[in-house]
Ligand binder design. Sequence first.
Ligand code: AMP
Length: 483
Amino acid sequence: MSSFHDFGLAEPITRALADEKYVVPTPIQSQTLPVAMSGQDIIGIAQTGTGKTAAFALPILHRLTTNKLPPERKSCRVLVLSPTRELSAQILDSFRTYGRHSRISTALAIGGVSMGAQVRSLMNGVDVLIATPGRLLDLLQSNALRLDRVECLVLDEADRMLDMGFIRDIKKIVAKIPKARQTLFFSATMPQAIAELAGQMLRNPVKISVAPVAATADRVEQRMVHVDRASKPTVLAEVLKREPIDRVLVFTRTKHGADKVVRGLIKAGIAAEAIHGNKSQNQRARVLAAFRSGQIRTLIATDIAARGIDVDGISHVVNYDLPDVPESYVHRIGRTARAGAEGIAISFCSPDEKPMLRAIEKLIRFSIPVTEHRISPRPAHHSDANGAEGPHRAEGSHRANGSHSANGSHAGNRSHGGRDDQGRGGNGARGRNGNGPNRGKHRRSRNSGGPEVRGDRAQKSGHELTAVAFMHRGRPGDQRTPR
Ligand code: AMP
């Protein structure tokens, strides 16, 4: 399925997707939606960043929208279990966003905050409850909640539940849910214990598996240029002139930034066009057609605008600004590795963007080789306005383990913060991002085990959990976006 209109989703949902500028379903979405909408159980092997939240949220919202029932006290129709508070809050945000025109009630039950507000939010019943297992059991024990009305159960990040020692809690919870239900089970990996759990929970499930997003990064040659913010325009023009470019997609964080880059390039004698949300549909279509045909080789885009771009033959991606959301880095560089092709991704990192670089490297579990340093020796005070990093290091000092060289040859040691390579699914309740030993494998061989690599969801939002618990009735005009 190549469009969200092909699935027959209820109109309020497709409208919300249009608001979000989702045009093309991701692979997990196009495979999951028809199966989930037919009522079958699903076992989905997919990690964060693949679009799996919408893959389960959309069919659930469709079910609730097309079969409205008055809420039952202290009950929910859909229960989503997730391992962490952060992930739970993000799932809630997704339901609120995709359900913003659907008048669906939602509630969050997570630990670490007082139970009172959660008990109150459940009093009259809700359509969708998103919960971490421990707090859910507390609510069940205190009779604030019953699970005998659950029609649909979602288990998200099941392997992480195992890591965190939640499997017994999950079994206790599942025992209280009617057997006649639909179960949607998602996990990034499928160790034995998880396969057994799935076997107990699911009825004739359809198995759907998609490649981890981080795997895309394997096929792309990645380079990092440390550069002062003020030097970015000059360095970009130099890069575009010296690289053997067929087609290049340059990403900026803002629409305004995209236009500025275009102006700078044109001044430097490089033809370029921008595509972003402020352009009319006609302008976008014209620019895209010119890019596709090769008439324009340099296209500047924001993340949102680039989502709809389906162009093969992009030889280079340049991250003029690093993305706030680390998964976007993987999506961006994946533009150049379409249909099995390899490509080159060159990223600019100004001193104030170093926290973003750290988040990206943590997600991809790989220290991106630094091929150039274009940082002025004096501290560039404007760049440090956000208090990011202190005085700049002298040329040649690189934070990560990997040695760097100007010609791009690089040892590519992985660094910091990743899980150790021995895999998940062991017996230990290991920390989510234990400081496993660095392993100096060559970058091309990393992730060969496939599903091992995954993102830390909490990294993604930068979203503080200030709301302890709340219930929401989606309504037109609610402008909250998921992340
Ligand atoms: P998830 O794997 O659910 O964490 O989703 C990854 C990111 O992709 C989220 O920021 C979503 O908002 C975004 N996303 C999900 N599906 C789509 C889509 N079909 N088109 C564009 N963005 C999407």
